[in-house]
Design a protein around this ligand. Sequence first.
Ligand SMILES: Nc1ncnc2c1ncn2[C@@H]1O[C@H](COP(=O)(O)OP(=O)(O)OP(=O)(O)O)[C@@H](O)[C@H]1O
Length: 358
Amino acid sequence: MPVLEANGLIKRYGQTDIIKGISLSVEAGETIAFIGPSGAGKSTLLRLLDLLELPSGGTIALQGTRVGRKNSERLEFRRRMSFVHQKPLVFSSSVFDNVAQPLKWRGFKKEDLHERVGKALALVGMEHYSSRAAKTLSGGETQRIAIARSLVTDPEILFLDEPTANLDPPSTARVEELITKIIKTQNLTVVMATHDLAQGQRLAGRIGVLMNGELMQLAKSDEIFLAPACRAVAEFIGIENIFSGTVIGNLEGMVNVDVSGQVFQTLGDFAIGDKVNLFVRPEDVTVSLAAGSTSARNCLRGTISRLSLINPLVRLEIDCGFKLMAVITRASSEEMGLSLGSNVYACLKATAIHAVRA
Ligand SMILES: Nc1ncnc2c1ncn2[C@@H]1O[C@H](COP(=O)(O)OP(=O)(O)OP(=O)(O)O)[C@@H](O)[C@H]1O
């Protein structure tokens, strides 16, 4: 049974639907990351799932039990979850008191606080900061204290809203390490929001792509990366080669697609006449000086129109009548003696082209 389920979730502010009918289920023990551009609704979705906000429509169920709309009922459910905000609230008290606060709200006795707070602080590696004034901590330390505060109540689900948004790279790495440790050692489910696909891939098993209040795709991280469901997702995750074309042939799943006169061979279940988008990752383009040097189905002649060194790689823009981006190693670029104006063949295996209906 899913630990958390949403059905047709809607959130409306004024006349605008910010969340537009999202349905999803989260399995116990998994980590899901919602990614999407700024303003897509990631924080709003997290706040709805954590029951901090009432939905304008749709339902939420926790461990199979539907959550009602009465405050008292929602509070009981909400206490089984914890939320770490993008900019965590810090009370003007010691680190210990900051972490102990949710236990005090829940009426825990004073003598029970020490063990729980000590355990939570040890988990985030901040046990020696107990008596420090929380307001004097750095951004990374504050985030770790906020995580300790959210774990002190032993939640079933931990929500993390952009947990590293305001941190420098070393602090980000430390907080990510901590989240990985929590995911591995604590028996909980993690639902997070990030604008960073790479972070989502590092931390989560599944990724949900949110755009303009809609869940465009929810799938394993690899699948999002290799097989984006639509053009908007492909663009958001940075696929640079996107071509629109028409299917002109399909022989047992080997599909021919006409893109402005250039025919690409790829795999798929399409009918002749279908309009499709083709997605190609630059690193899947093989560049060579001679035709026929690879077994790839698609070999295009072109001229290098831009070449930039991003050590240890070289990014090439190849003019094949349209622009095709490729990334190769610096070593192979030098071996081929590539420079602006070089004539090359850009080759793509049929499997390197991901086709989706337009
Ligand atoms: N209380 C509110 N009243 C009106 N509009 C709101 C409210 N809260 C959020 N919004 C709007 O909802 C949209 C989604 O906001 P949200 O913070 O959920 O996006 P996000 O994907 O988390 O963005 P970011 O990555 O920048 O944090 C935005 O346009 C925002 O202005």
